[in-house]
Design a protein around this ligand. Sequence first.
Ligand SMILES: NC(=O)c1ccc[n+]([C@@H]2O[C@H](COP(=O)([O-])OP(=O)(O)OC[C@H]3O[C@@H](n4cnc5c(N)ncnc54)[C@H](OP(=O)(O)O)[C@@H]3O)[C@@H](O)[C@H]2O)c1
Length: 248
Amino acid sequence: MKGKVTVITGVSNGIGRAIALNLRNHGCKVVGISRSQPDIELDLWVCADITIGADRERIRTEVEKCFGRVDLLVNNAGKGLYATWEELDEAELRSLFELNFFAVAALTREFLPLLKNSQGTIANISSVAGKIWIPCMGAYCASKSSVSMFSNSLRLELKKYSVKVLEVCPGQINTGFSSRSMGMRKPPDSPGRSAGPEALAEAFYRAWKRGKSALVYPGWMNWAVATVRGVFPWFYNHYSLKVWNLED
Ligand SMILES: NC(=O)c1ccc[n+]([C@@H]2O[C@H](COP(=O)([O-])OP(=O)(O)OC[C@H]3O[C@@H](n4cnc5c(N)ncnc54)[C@H](OP(=O)(O)O)[C@@H]3O)[C@@H](O)[C@H]2O)c1
Protein backbone atom coordinates (compact mmCIF):
# COMPACT_ATOMS: atom_id res chain seq x y z
CA MET A 1 0.00 0.00 0.00
CA LYS A 2 3.11 2.20 -0.03
CA GLY A 3 2.61 5.54 -1.81
CA LYS A 4 -1.19 5.23 -1.99
CA VAL A 5 -2.86 8.62 -1.64
CA THR A 6 -5.39 8.70 1.19
CA VAL A 7 -7.78 11.49 2.26
CA ILE A 8 -9.18 11.42 5.80
CA THR A 9 -11.70 13.79 7.37
CA GLY A 10 -11.50 14.60 11.08
CA VAL A 11 -7.75 14.17 11.63
CA SER A 12 -7.35 16.59 14.53
CA ASN A 13 -8.57 14.06 17.09
CA GLY A 14 -9.62 10.51 17.89
CA ILE A 15 -10.22 7.85 15.25
CA GLY A 16 -9.29 10.03 12.25
CA ARG A 17 -6.02 11.07 13.86
CA ALA A 18 -5.17 7.42 14.69
CA ILE A 19 -6.01 6.25 11.15
CA ALA A 20 -3.89 9.05 9.66
CA LEU A 21 -0.89 8.16 11.84
CA ASN A 22 -1.26 4.47 11.08
CA LEU A 23 -1.58 4.91 7.29
CA ARG A 24 1.51 7.13 7.30
CA ASN A 25 3.43 4.48 9.25
CA HIS A 26 2.42 2.00 6.54
CA GLY A 27 3.95 4.30 3.89
CA CYS A 28 0.80 5.94 2.51
CA LYS A 29 0.55 9.61 1.57
CA VAL A 30 -1.97 11.15 3.94
CA VAL A 31 -4.14 14.21 3.32
CA GLY A 32 -5.95 15.27 6.49
CA ILE A 33 -9.04 17.45 6.79
CA SER A 34 -10.24 19.26 9.92
CA ARG A 35 -11.12 22.74 11.13
CA SER A 36 -8.43 22.87 13.82
CA GLN A 37 -4.78 22.06 13.15
CA PRO A 38 -3.78 18.47 13.97
CA ASP A 39 -0.71 17.80 16.16
CA ILE A 40 0.59 15.11 13.78
CA GLU A 41 2.67 15.28 10.62
CA LEU A 42 0.75 14.86 7.37
CA ASP A 43 1.64 15.09 3.69
CA LEU A 44 -1.05 17.75 3.33
CA TRP A 45 -3.50 19.30 5.77
CA VAL A 46 -6.52 21.15 4.41
CA CYS A 47 -8.29 23.37 6.93
CA ALA A 48 -11.92 22.91 5.95
CA ASP A 49 -15.45 22.52 7.27
CA ILE A 50 -16.87 19.58 5.34
CA THR A 51 -20.45 20.78 5.81
CA ILE A 52 -19.68 23.72 3.46
CA GLY A 53 -19.90 23.01 -0.29
CA ALA A 54 -17.12 25.45 -1.28
CA ASP A 55 -14.77 23.83 1.28
CA ARG A 56 -15.47 20.36 -0.13
CA GLU A 57 -14.66 21.58 -3.64
CA ARG A 58 -11.44 23.21 -2.34
CA ILE A 59 -10.38 19.94 -0.66
CA ARG A 60 -10.76 18.09 -3.97
CA THR A 61 -8.91 20.73 -6.05
CA GLU A 62 -6.00 20.90 -3.55
CA VAL A 63 -5.66 17.11 -3.51
CA GLU A 64 -5.84 16.97 -7.29
CA LYS A 65 -3.24 19.73 -7.60
CA CYS A 66 -0.78 18.14 -5.12
CA PHE A 67 -1.15 14.43 -5.94
CA GLY A 68 -3.30 14.08 -9.07
CA ARG A 69 -4.98 10.99 -7.66
CA VAL A 70 -6.80 9.50 -4.63
CA ASP A 71 -6.78 5.82 -3.66
CA LEU A 72 -8.72 5.99 -0.41
CA LEU A 73 -11.30 8.43 0.95
CA VAL A 74 -12.08 7.99 4.65
CA ASN A 75 -15.28 9.78 5.69
CA ASN A 76 -14.61 9.88 9.40
CA ALA A 77 -15.55 13.31 10.81
CA GLY A 78 -18.74 13.12 12.82
CA LYS A 79 -20.35 14.03 16.10
CA GLY A 80 -22.85 12.71 18.64
CA LEU A 81 -26.15 13.87 20.11
CA TYR A 82 -27.56 12.68 23.42
CA ALA A 83 -31.24 13.56 23.91
CA THR A 84 -34.63 11.89 23.65
CA TRP A 85 -36.57 12.64 20.45
CA GLU A 86 -38.89 14.84 22.50
CA GLU A 87 -36.06 16.84 24.07
CA LEU A 88 -33.89 17.38 21.06
CA ASP A 89 -33.48 20.71 19.40
CA GLU A 90 -34.46 20.80 15.70
CA ALA A 91 -31.38 22.90 14.77
CA GLU A 92 -29.09 20.36 16.48
CA LEU A 93 -30.84 17.49 14.69
CA ARG A 94 -30.30 19.19 11.32
CA SER A 95 -26.66 20.02 12.08
CA LEU A 96 -26.07 16.39 13.11
CA PHE A 97 -27.35 15.11 9.78
CA GLU A 98 -25.49 17.88 7.94
CA LEU A 99 -22.15 16.55 9.26
CA ASN A 100 -22.80 12.84 9.81
CA PHE A 101 -24.73 12.19 6.62
CA PHE A 102 -25.06 15.00 4.02
CA ALA A 103 -21.35 15.98 4.14
CA VAL A 104 -20.36 12.30 3.79
CA ALA A 105 -22.55 11.81 0.71
CA ALA A 106 -21.47 15.14 -0.83
CA LEU A 107 -17.72 14.67 -0.27
CA THR A 108 -17.94 11.16 -1.70
CA ARG A 109 -19.69 12.52 -4.83
CA GLU A 110 -16.99 15.23 -5.09
CA PHE A 111 -14.23 12.57 -5.13
CA LEU A 112 -16.03 9.99 -7.28
CA PRO A 113 -14.31 10.85 -10.60
CA LEU A 114 -10.86 10.54 -8.98
CA LEU A 115 -11.81 7.32 -7.19
CA LYS A 116 -13.15 5.82 -10.42
CA ASN A 117 -9.84 6.66 -12.14
CA SER A 118 -7.82 4.91 -9.43
CA GLN A 119 -10.34 2.10 -8.79
CA GLY A 120 -9.99 3.22 -5.20
CA THR A 121 -11.87 2.71 -1.93
CA ILE A 122 -14.44 4.78 -0.02
CA ALA A 123 -14.43 4.01 3.70
CA ASN A 124 -17.33 5.39 5.71
CA ILE A 125 -17.07 5.46 9.49
CA SER A 126 -20.56 4.50 10.62
CA SER A 127 -21.14 2.97 14.07
CA VAL A 128 -22.54 -0.04 15.87
CA ALA A 129 -25.14 2.57 16.89
CA GLY A 130 -26.24 2.53 13.24
CA LYS A 131 -27.12 -1.15 13.58
CA ILE A 132 -29.01 -1.03 16.83
CA TRP A 133 -31.48 1.36 18.49
CA ILE A 134 -30.23 3.16 21.60
CA PRO A 135 -32.62 5.38 23.61
CA CYS A 136 -31.47 9.00 24.07
CA MET A 137 -29.21 8.45 21.03
CA GLY A 138 -31.96 7.87 18.46
CA ALA A 139 -30.93 10.80 16.25
CA TYR A 140 -27.30 9.65 16.22
CA CYS A 141 -28.41 6.06 15.48
CA ALA A 142 -30.54 7.35 12.58
CA SER A 143 -27.64 9.40 11.16
CA LYS A 144 -25.28 6.41 11.31
CA SER A 145 -27.89 4.02 9.95
CA SER A 146 -28.12 6.42 6.98
CA VAL A 147 -24.34 6.18 6.54
CA SER A 148 -24.56 2.38 6.55
CA MET A 149 -27.40 2.32 4.00
CA PHE A 150 -25.52 4.85 1.86
CA SER A 151 -22.38 2.65 1.99
CA ASN A 152 -24.09 -0.63 1.19
CA SER A 153 -26.14 0.71 -1.73
CA LEU A 154 -23.22 2.73 -3.12
CA ARG A 155 -21.05 -0.42 -3.14
CA LEU A 156 -23.39 -2.09 -5.64
CA GLU A 157 -23.62 1.02 -7.81
CA LEU A 158 -19.81 1.34 -8.02
CA LYS A 159 -19.03 -2.34 -8.56
CA LYS A 160 -18.83 -1.95 -12.34
CA TYR A 161 -16.13 0.74 -11.85
CA SER A 162 -14.16 -1.49 -9.43
CA VAL A 163 -14.49 1.15 -6.70
CA LYS A 164 -14.78 -0.55 -3.30
CA VAL A 165 -16.85 0.68 -0.34
CA LEU A 166 -15.88 -0.25 3.21
CA GLU A 167 -18.46 0.25 5.95
CA VAL A 168 -16.74 0.63 9.34
CA CYS A 169 -18.80 0.19 12.51
CA PRO A 170 -16.84 0.90 15.68
CA GLY A 171 -18.25 0.17 19.11
CA GLN A 172 -17.23 2.43 21.97
CA ILE A 173 -13.80 3.93 21.27
CA ASN A 174 -11.87 5.98 23.78
CA THR A 175 -11.59 9.42 22.13
CA GLY A 176 -13.59 11.75 24.40
CA PHE A 177 -16.28 11.78 21.68
CA SER A 178 -19.23 12.02 24.09
CA SER A 179 -17.76 15.09 25.83
CA ARG A 180 -17.94 16.92 22.46
CA SER A 181 -21.46 15.72 21.63
CA MET A 182 -24.62 17.83 21.40
CA GLY A 183 -27.77 17.38 23.46
CA MET A 184 -28.73 17.76 27.11
CA ARG A 185 -27.99 14.20 28.24
CA LYS A 186 -24.75 12.43 29.09
CA PRO A 187 -24.16 8.75 28.35
CA PRO A 188 -24.12 6.37 31.33
CA ASP A 189 -20.69 5.32 32.60
CA SER A 190 -19.42 2.09 31.12
CA PRO A 191 -15.98 1.71 32.71
CA GLY A 192 -13.42 -0.49 30.98
CA ARG A 193 -15.52 -1.09 27.87
CA SER A 194 -13.80 1.35 25.48
CA ALA A 195 -11.20 0.24 22.96
CA GLY A 196 -8.31 2.49 21.89
CA PRO A 197 -8.38 4.25 18.50
CA GLU A 198 -4.93 2.88 17.59
CA ALA A 199 -6.10 -0.75 17.56
CA LEU A 200 -9.12 0.23 15.46
CA ALA A 201 -6.78 2.07 13.07
CA GLU A 202 -4.70 -1.09 12.51
CA ALA A 203 -7.85 -3.22 12.04
CA PHE A 204 -9.02 -0.60 9.55
CA TYR A 205 -5.75 -0.78 7.62
CA ARG A 206 -5.97 -4.58 7.38
CA ALA A 207 -9.62 -4.43 6.25
CA TRP A 208 -8.73 -1.90 3.52
CA LYS A 209 -5.71 -3.94 2.40
CA ARG A 210 -7.82 -7.11 2.11
CA GLY A 211 -10.56 -5.30 0.18
CA LYS A 212 -13.20 -6.08 2.81
CA SER A 213 -16.63 -4.51 2.58
CA ALA A 214 -17.39 -4.33 6.32
CA LEU A 215 -15.54 -3.98 9.59
CA VAL A 216 -17.21 -4.14 13.00
CA TYR A 217 -14.75 -3.34 15.77
CA PRO A 218 -14.27 -4.90 18.26
CA GLY A 219 -15.31 -8.07 16.41
CA TRP A 220 -17.39 -9.52 19.27
CA MET A 221 -19.87 -6.70 18.67
CA ASN A 222 -21.01 -8.50 15.52
CA TRP A 223 -22.27 -11.28 17.72
CA ALA A 224 -23.76 -8.86 20.27
CA VAL A 225 -25.71 -6.94 17.59
CA ALA A 226 -27.03 -10.15 16.00
CA THR A 227 -28.10 -11.46 19.43
CA VAL A 228 -29.87 -8.26 20.45
CA ARG A 229 -31.68 -7.87 17.14
CA GLY A 230 -32.55 -11.48 16.55
CA VAL A 231 -32.85 -13.31 19.84
CA PHE A 232 -33.12 -11.06 22.89
CA PRO A 233 -34.58 -7.65 21.98
CA TRP A 234 -36.83 -7.72 25.08
CA PHE A 235 -33.79 -8.18 27.36
CA TYR A 236 -31.89 -5.38 25.61
CA ASN A 237 -34.91 -3.03 25.80
CA HIS A 238 -35.35 -3.73 29.52
CA TYR A 239 -31.63 -3.14 30.16
CA SER A 240 -31.67 0.10 28.11
CA LEU A 241 -34.59 1.57 30.06
CA LYS A 242 -32.65 0.94 33.26
CA VAL A 243 -29.24 2.34 32.24
CA TRP A 244 -30.72 5.44 30.61
CA ASN A 245 -33.07 6.12 33.59
CA LEU A 246 -36.22 5.84 31.46
CA GLU A 247 -38.19 3.50 33.73
CA ASP A 248 -41.74 4.53 34.83
N1 LIG B 1 -15.61 7.41 19.61
C1 LIG B 1 -16.53 6.48 19.51
O1 LIG B 1 -16.87 5.78 20.50
C2 LIG B 1 -17.18 6.19 18.17
C3 LIG B 1 -17.91 4.99 18.04
C4 LIG B 1 -18.51 4.71 16.82
C5 LIG B 1 -18.39 5.59 15.76
N2 LIG B 1 -17.68 6.75 15.93
C6 LIG B 1 -17.58 7.66 14.77
O2 LIG B 1 -16.22 7.81 14.43
C7 LIG B 1 -15.99 9.11 13.90
C8 LIG B 1 -14.87 9.78 14.67
O3 LIG B 1 -15.21 9.81 16.03
P1 LIG B 1 -14.16 10.30 17.14
O4 LIG B 1 -14.55 9.66 18.41
O5 LIG B 1 -12.79 10.16 16.66
O6 LIG B 1 -14.58 11.86 17.22
P2 LIG B 1 -13.75 13.10 17.76
O7 LIG B 1 -12.63 12.65 18.62
O8 LIG B 1 -14.75 14.06 18.32
O9 LIG B 1 -13.13 13.73 16.42
C9 LIG B 1 -13.97 14.26 15.45
C10 LIG B 1 -13.12 14.82 14.32
O10 LIG B 1 -14.01 15.35 13.33
C11 LIG B 1 -13.60 16.66 12.99
N3 LIG B 1 -14.75 17.48 12.59
C12 LIG B 1 -15.87 17.73 13.29
N4 LIG B 1 -16.69 18.54 12.60
C13 LIG B 1 -16.06 18.80 11.43
C14 LIG B 1 -16.39 19.59 10.30
N5 LIG B 1 -17.55 20.27 10.24
N6 LIG B 1 -15.53 19.64 9.26
C15 LIG B 1 -14.35 18.96 9.33
N7 LIG B 1 -13.99 18.20 10.36
C16 LIG B 1 -14.83 18.13 11.41
C17 LIG B 1 -12.95 17.19 14.28
O11 LIG B 1 -12.00 18.20 13.96
P3 LIG B 1 -12.24 19.77 14.12
O12 LIG B 1 -13.14 20.00 15.28
O13 LIG B 1 -10.85 20.28 14.27
O14 LIG B 1 -12.85 20.18 12.80
C18 LIG B 1 -12.23 15.95 14.78
O15 LIG B 1 -10.96 15.83 14.15
C19 LIG B 1 -17.32 9.85 13.98
O16 LIG B 1 -17.99 9.76 12.74
C20 LIG B 1 -18.08 9.07 15.03
O17 LIG B 1 -19.48 9.18 14.86
C21 LIG B 1 -17.07 7.07 17.10
